[in-house]
Design a protein around this ligand. Structure first.
Ligand SMILES: [Zn+2]
Length: 81
């Protein structure tokens, strides 16, 4: 398993993404101006940290697979299955 250390940087203003994970440097940046509430911000931090977890566990997924996996995890509590 790779080093699990990660840094999370919350910036006030950003263009485009709500947040981004950089696997090579193990950094997360989340942009405050792209969120409606504190809970919304925390959801983005959690989203990016799951990308990190997938990365350090050595899973081989493309970006689309990672996004689908995180989406399913986010909705798991509300699933009817
Ligand atoms: Zn993502």
């Amino acid at each position: 398993m790779e080093d699990s250390k990660i840094s999370v940087d919350i910036r006030v203003v950003g263009d485009g993404n709500r947040g981004i994970y950089y696997p090579d440097t193990q950094r997360v940046i989340v942009y405050l101006n792209k969120h409606e509430s504190y809970d919304d911000l925390l959801k983005s931090v959690n989203h990016e940290l799951i990308h990190h977890c997938i990365n350090i566990c050595g899973e081989t997924m493309d970006e689309d697979q990672e996004e689908k996996c995180i989406f399913c995890m986010s909705w798991a509590d509300h699933s009817l299955i």
